[in-house]
Design a binder for this molecule. Structure first.
Ligand SMILES: Cc1ncc(COP(=O)(O)O)c(C=O)c1O
Length: 400
């Protein structure tokens, strides 16, 4: 029997595989992901959970009222494959007003079952066996398996520690005649970095020299701090022509469990994207699409989200300022990286394991976001939590 481990070295639930299972598996080196594993350990050890990226406060009550309304008024059958039209139209209006970008709701916007489905459908639509895909590391975990399942080859380029900026020269050196697509993510999970104007310019120059598609994962677009701005890559017309932009209503409306996201892209790309989406999930949950469409009328919501999460970040950082954990600046998302190098020489996976079991606090080792498990003695903490939860976590951190 062979032992299968999750990316960070925790034993996964399906932890043993026979060689027959290995022969069967299309993803033999991938186990239960770290978020499921850590949330499971947090529940088992009754720990404060700052590991998985979800809020522990409620969705807006207006949304609950609207979902209930639409369920009670017959919106319970299949939604159109591309998504409820009013939702696509309102999203197009938002793109125009927030970023000055024109997306045609008819053939350039598709509503999906979360950004995860959108990423999977993009990679399935465009990656053929042997194609190479550039992933900038550290990286969220849903991209690599989708590339592998389609016979593609992930090519990893690391950002530069400690500010995690992209070295565009290194990106260019990773491009070969087989490179089909590059995956970008800003605001960035797990580092909290936000692309600059210079990043956008460097990307445009790269795309002018190389014929690539871009998957731009912008699920944290409305969580950007300290007066910085989110640069939606599609705001640059040259980049837009070859880019599929992925977003998540789950992130924007504190409703990750509702599994609602989208993909916005030029018509020639959307046409291919929808061929996969229609046989992957067909359509997302109907009453939720109607409710989110209603919610999009409240433009204050997404305008105020950054200041809401900036206050959470500041609150958390203030509580731990006398601890031995050193913060690595976060410009966006709802994640804070903390270096524990001053308090322990444990490896990240061991530190996270020890913390959840002995100290009753769950966090994510950043090494799991690297294919080679690069270890920098950093953990990722989610601050999308009630103040009480952040206080409990901070008390523990101050004791370590
Ligand atoms: C960078 C990034 N992309 C995509 C997703 C998936 O979003 P969704 O919950 O809408 O599937 C997440 C969720 O944590 C994420 O952090």
């Amino acid at each position: 029997m062979l032992t299968l481990r999750t990316a960070c070295g925790f034993l996964s639930n399906d932890s043993t595989m026979s060689s027959a299972d290995l022969h069967l598996s299309k993803l033999p080196h991938i186990g239960t992901n770290i978020f499921t594993t850590m949330s499971g350990l947090a529940a088992q050890y009754n720990a404060v959970n700052l590991a998985q990226g979800f809020p522990d406060f409620d969705v807006p009550s207006y949304l609950i009222e609207r979902v209930t309304h639409h369920m009670q008024h017959g919106k319970n059958q299949y939604a159109p494959m591309a998504g409820v039209l009013s939702l696509r139209e309102k999203l197009a209006i938002k793109y125009a007003s927030v970023y000055g970008i024109a997306f045609d709701p008819a053939d350039e916007i598709t509503i999906t079952c979360g950004a995860t489905e959108a990423c999977f459908s993009v990679l399935t639509a465009f990656i053929k066996p042997g194609d190479e895909v550039i992933i900038i590391e550290p990286a969220f975990d849903c991209y690599e398996p989708a590339i592998l399942l389609n016979g593609g080859k992930p090519v990893f380029v690391k950002t530069i520690y400690p500010d995690f900026h992209i070295d565009w020269q290194q990106v260019e050196e990773a491009i070969t005649s087989r490179t089909r697509l590059i995956i970008l993510n800003s605001p960035h999970n797990p580092t909290g970095t936000v692309y600059t104007k210079e990043d956008v310019q460097a990307l445009r120059a790269l795309l002018q020299r190389h014929d690539l598609l871009v998957l731009s994962d912008e699920v944290y677009e409305h969580m950007v701090f300290d007066g910085l701005h989110h640069h939606c890559l599609a705001a640059d017309p040259f980049i837009k022509e070859r880019t599929l932009t992925v977003g998540s209503f789950g992130k924007t409306y504190h409703a990750t469990g509702w599994r609602l996201g989208f993909c916005a892209a030029p018509a020639y790309l959307t046409k291919e994207f929808r061929k996969v989406h229609q046989y992957n999930t067909f359509s997302a949950v109907t009453p939720i699409q109607h409710a989110v469409s209603d919610m999009l009328d409240d433009t204050d919501w997404h305008h105020n989200l950054s200041s809401f999460f900036q206050s959470k970040r500041n609150y958390f950082l203030n509580l731990i300022k006398h601890s031995g954990f050193k913060s690595i600046p976060t410009q966006g998302t709802y994640f804070q990286l903390l270096s524990y190098a001053a308090v322990s020489d444990k490896k990240e996976a061991d530190m996270a394991n020890w913390m959840v079991k002995e100290m009753k606090l769950a966090a994510i080792p950043v090494s799991v976001f690297y294919h080679d498990k690069t270890d920098q003695q950093i953990l990722r903490f989610c601050f999308a939590k009630k103040d009480e939860t952040l206080q409990q976590a901070a008390e523990i951190l101050c004791k370590i």
